[in-house]
Design a protein around this ligand. Sequence first.
Ligand code: HEC
Length: 172
Amino acid sequence: MRTSYVLGICLFLLLPGFLSGQEKQSRQGSQPAQTTTSSKETSSAPASPHQLVITPEQKALKNPVKFTDESVEKGKKLFATQCAMCHGQTGNGKGDLAEVMHVNPPDFTKPATLANRTDGELFTIIDSGTGSMPGEAKRLKENQAWDLVNFLRTLEGKTPAKAAGKSGGAAN
Ligand code: HEC
C-alpha cells in the first residue's frame, strides 16, 4: 500500500526528467549527447558498469561551489527529496523506489564507492543520469547539482570547511 503510494508520487515527479533526459545534455553546450540510449532497458537489475560515457572534459570539471556546511545542507535537502527514494535517506542505496524498480544504486556510505569519482564525474552523472537513474539537468539549477556533489562527499566521510574559511577536508 505504502509502496505503491510512494511509487506513484515518484513516477509523477520523475516523468518530466525521463522525457527530457536526452534533449538537454550538457550545460557547457560543447558536448554532444553522451548518454547511450539503451533500447533494451529492462526492469531487471542493471549491472554496473555504467552506461553513461563521461568525457575527460566532464571528468575534469571543477566544482564552482565551495565545500561548505551551507552547500552540504542544501545538497542534503535536495537529496532527501530527489534522490533518497532510490538511494535511501542515508545514501546506502536502499530506497523504496529502488526496491520497486529492482535497481541497485551503489552504497554511498561506503567510502570506496565514490572515492575514485571526480566532482566533475558526479556532476555529470547527476546531470545526465545513468542507466535507470534519470538525469536532473532540467529540474535542478546547476549549483544545486554541485550542492549534491558536496553532500555526497560528506557521506563518504569528508567534512566541509567551516564558514570561517579553514579548509578542513578539501574535496580533491
Ligand atoms: C530512479 C531511481 C534513482 C533516482 C531517483 C536517483 N538515482 Fe542515482 N542511481 C540510481 C541507480 C540505479 C544507479 C546505478 C546506476 C548504474 O550503475 O548504472 C545510480 C547511480 C548514481 C551515481 C553514480 C555512483 C557511482 O559512482 O557509481 C550517483 C553519483 C548518483 N546516482 C546520484 C544521484 C543523485 C544525487 C540523485 C538525486 C538528484 C539520484 N542519484 C537519483 C538510481 C537513482
